[in-house]
Ligand binder design. Structure first.
Ligand SMILES: O=C(O)C(=O)C[C@]1(C(=O)O)C=C[C@@H](O)C=C1
Length: 354
């Protein structure tokens, strides 16, 4: 077949896709009207997860899974925009990895609302200034993000979804590697390419700044300076890329949480996050975790954070498989709670597989 004929085939398919996309949008608009009448949330993470899983299972190819999911991310984003415009708070400024997480999780149909700190993301959602918030919670190289854990215990919000963002770091500078004297970045990326810096820039001064976006701005002003950032923060700079993928761990992934106010329905493959504390005594942690074992529940994460009391008492943060409405999960949590001085469930949400 000639290229002209092939392109005519594509034009015909595109017309059909547009017709079908508009029919889909019309159905979404009707769902939106029904949700407004019944006072239900527009964003439904459990439905989105089921839909994406179903698409991936039914995809015959040659379209690859990630492309299919990215396309549908934008289709659902457009549907949300028609149902009701939504705004998402994140740790700004624009260009940060949190911003990238918002764009990849919610698509381009939502309004992005950068705020100065992680605590501000929580308060924006709590006060209703933002519909949802995107916060980093842990990274495969650098571990947990403490301000997020602290705010979770204090704020009146729920975890409604999780999202894993692969973090690739680039070195931007006007100078070649041999002439770079100082490197700007946020504390997390600096930690994520510690080995690279030791091997390639052992004499450079490392300067921690508030965001990767700020790092790029500063590196633009000094010839012998460099910035480490992601591609999004570097998109608007004329600085050349000196090195790519400089993260030490090739599976450098940051797990983000979407916070909001709603409660999700179970999908059959969920996670529940919680926090608890107890008065110190021999075997207390062992006893506290026993209900999970007794009810055959697997724990996917445990972290501790000292309480601000200064008495070496701890908050324990635990993620388990299952939804809080599952009878076994509910029973285990009730048993655990009865043993604790503090107990809070942050929410149940669809589990993302890696
Ligand atoms: O099914 C719904 O509740 C919809 O609003 C539709 C839709 C979609 O585009 O498929 C859009 C937003 C929701 O988060 C989930 C799904």
């Amino acid at each position: 077949m000639s290229i002209e004929n092939l392109r005519t085939g594509i034009d015909e398919i595109d017309s059909e896709i547009i017709r079908l996309l508009n029919r889909r949008c019309e159905l979404a608009r009707q769902i939106g009207a029904w949700k407004h009448e019944n006072n239900l949330p527009i964003y439904v993470p459990e439905r989105e997860q089921q839909l994406l899983d179903r698409l991936a299972d039914h995809n015959p190819g040659p379209l690859d899974r990630d492309s299919l999911i990215a396309i549908y991310r934008e289709i659902m984003s457009a549907a949300i925009k028609l149902e009701q415009p939504m705004n998402i708070a994140f740790l700004g400024p624009e260009g940060t990895f949190s911003h990238q997480a918002v764009l990849e999780k919610f698509g381009r149909g939502v309004t992005c609302q950068p705020v100065p700190t992680i605590a501000d993301v929580f308060s924006a959602v709590e006060a209703g200034r933002a519909d949802y918030g995107m916060v980093p919670v842990e990274n495969t190289t650098e571990g947990v993000v403490n301000p997020t854990l602290d705010s979770l215990t204090e704020a009146n919000v729920r975890i409604v979804a999780e999202f894993n963002l692969p973090v690739h770091l680039l070195l931007y500078s006007a100078s070649p590697l041999s002439e770079i004297r100082c490197v700007y970045s946020h504390q997390q990326p600096l930690g994520q390419c510690r080995e690279y810096l030791r091997a390639n820039l052992p004499n450079a001064t490392l300067i921690e700044v508030t965001s990767t976006t700020r790092a790029v701005e500063l590196a633009e002003r000094e010839r012998d300076a460099a910035a480490i950032s992601g591609k999004l923060a570097g998109d608007n700079t004329d600085l050349p890329v000196v090195a790519e993928n400089i993260e030490d761990n090739l599976r450098n992934i940051t797990r983000f949480l979407v916070i909001g106010k709603q409660e999700n329905k179970p999908t059959g493959d969920d996670k529940t996050s919680m926090c608890f504390a107890f008065h110190d005594r021999a075997g207390a942690l062992y006893d506290a975790l026993r209900p999970f074992r007794n009810h055959n529940i697997s724990m996917t994460m445990i972290e501790s954070r000292p309480l601000k009391s200064g008495h070496w008492e701890y908050n324990f943060f635990v993620d388990i498989r299952g939804h809080i409405s599952d009878p076994e999960v509910a029973a285990a949590c009730a048993e655990l709670k009865s043993d604790c001085s503090f107990f809070k469930v942050f929410g149940s949400y669809p589990r993302i597989q890696n």
